[in-house]
Design a binder for this molecule. Structure first.
Ligand SMILES: [Fe+2]
Length: 338
């Protein structure tokens, strides 16, 4: 964030920023997230898999962007989150290249006036641009709230966003993590793990928030690659929804779930990555939840209608209601209340 932009902070955002040490997302030219009539509705999109390397992919990408717009019009959420694998192949056939590919994804949110954040997926890391460069492309959208809280973190876009309550104080917190891509150390499995730096940052920010208000602030976390704990609930007894393929978390467990348990503030963790899974389950008091694949590109063999997941928070009540939303209706309602 630049100094000149900081000068546009609203009074409420300034107070919150001062209390929590949070930088960019509360800037006045950016929307502020707030409960409305005691509710806050989030629409999760995942695995858009837009690509512009052949004509078929170009066609699927157009359909995907259209579906995002349809879902925003149907649900009119207060906020949307995209949990990765968004621009997943090369963009040779798109005039304007990678920036235009990101603009195609962000345009429906600007048109609908819905603030959004992005958590990058492993395929987003394969583009011919760094993650900070791609985040800068995304930040051209006026509705974008994604920022990098600490530029030394791997990838980009690991951050938190406050949701204000009726009294103007932070009533809930949304956490986004870049779950990165592939291990740089040989023979450590297919997928990378969330780094110790990111986990240490989460622990410190969470503790600061609790110290400032006297209790943990209820939070939701969003990222692409599921946590290794997903294996504990990958069965019909635990899960509500589609179990269509084995999960692909990292082989190694860097401890984010344990940190969340110790901090006691996270109600649920929301992923993408495994296109044929869309279930919700509870593990040791934290919900582990897949989104519904949104994009028409890439695999998806279960015949699942492309859509998104609604997550509805209620101010003052720790928990949430959730369901899968598709153009034709709603599926798989599930709730987690503490
Ligand atoms: Fe994917």
């Amino acid at each position: 964030m630049t100094c000149s932009r900081r000068s546009f902070l609203t009074a409420a955002a300034l107070a919150l920023s001062a209390a929590a040490g949070r930088p960019a997302a509360a800037e006045a030219e950016k929307p502020v997230l707030k409960f409305k009539d005691g509710k806050f509705r989030i629409l999760q999109f995942t695995d858009l898999h837009t690509a512009y390397n052949d004509e078929e992919e170009v066609g699927k990408s157009a359909k995907t962007v259209q579906r995002v717009g349809e879902m925003l019009a149907k649900e009119k959420p207060d906020f949307a989150v995209l949990t990765g694998d968004l621009v997943t192949k090369e963009v040779d056939l798109l005039s304007g290249g990678l920036a235009a590919a990101w603009e195609n994804i962000t345009r429906p949110f600007d048109e609908a006036g819905v603030p959004f954040a992005i958590a990058f997926g492993n395929h987003d890391h394969e583009r011919q641009a760094t993650m900070p460069e791609q985040l800068a492309m995304i930040d051209r959208a006026k509705m974008n709230l994604t920022y990098s809280a600490d530029p030394t973190h791997p990838g980009a876009g690991t951050c938190w966003l406050p949701v204000l309550g009726a009294d103007g104080n932070e009533a809930a917190r949304l956490w986004c993590f870049d779950s990165q891509s592939y291990p740089t150390i040989p023979d450590m499995g297919t997928y990378a793990w969330i780094s110790y730096e990111q986990i240490e940052w989460y622990r410190a920010e969470s503790a600061k928030a609790e110290a400032s208000v006297g209790h943990p602030i209820p939070g939701l976390a969003f990222f692409h690659i599921p946590l290794p704990e997903i294996w504990k609930v990958h069965n019909a007894e635990a899960a509500t929804g589609t179990i269509g393929e084995p999960p692909c978390p990292p082989d190694l467990n860097s401890g984010l779930f344990t940190a969340m348990i110790e901090r006691g503030d996270i109600l649920g963790v929301f992923f993408g990555h495994d296109h044929d899974d869309d279930y919700a389950a509870l593990y040791k008091g934290i919900a582990l939840v897949y989104g519904r694949k949104t994009g028409f590109g890439s695999y998806g063999d279960m015949g699942l209608e492309r859509g998104g997941r609604i997550i509805e928070l209620t101010e003052g009540k720790p928990g949430f209601d959730t369901y899968i939303s598709v153009p034709q209706g709603e599926e798989l309602s599930w709730s987690h209340w503490k």
